[in-house]
Design a protein around this ligand. Sequence first.
Ligand code: CO
Length: 134
Amino acid sequence: MIGKLNHIAIAVPDLETATATYRDTLGAAVSMPLDLAEHGVTTVFVDLPNTRIELLHPLGESSPIQSFLERHPDGGIHHMCFEVDDIIVARDQLISEGARVLGNGEPRIGAHGKPVLFLHPKDFFGSLIEIEQV
Ligand code: CO
């Protein structure tokens, strides 16, 4: 069901420092910061030949990243995103296999303008998984 790794998202306490580290220390191509108010994050995309990294920093009062950073003050891997062909088919198959879908179970439009869903980390060995229809 799952296809390519679309991105790995890393929550960072300092977006400027993290961007400079990926750009200067690791020598990667990085985007300008992008505010995604409806998701409560500011994000920087790091483009790699085979996937991308998304640096996430809290934006606003009730950012979902804030509590993660309180538990992981140095930052850490927040989620990974796999591509699927049809998000409704994928969701229904996952639910029938016993996986829990977060929220109300209906896809939301994600950071790339495509429908996404998140899967409960307890069902996937402690890793928050995003699926994105591409
Ligand atoms: Co994501």
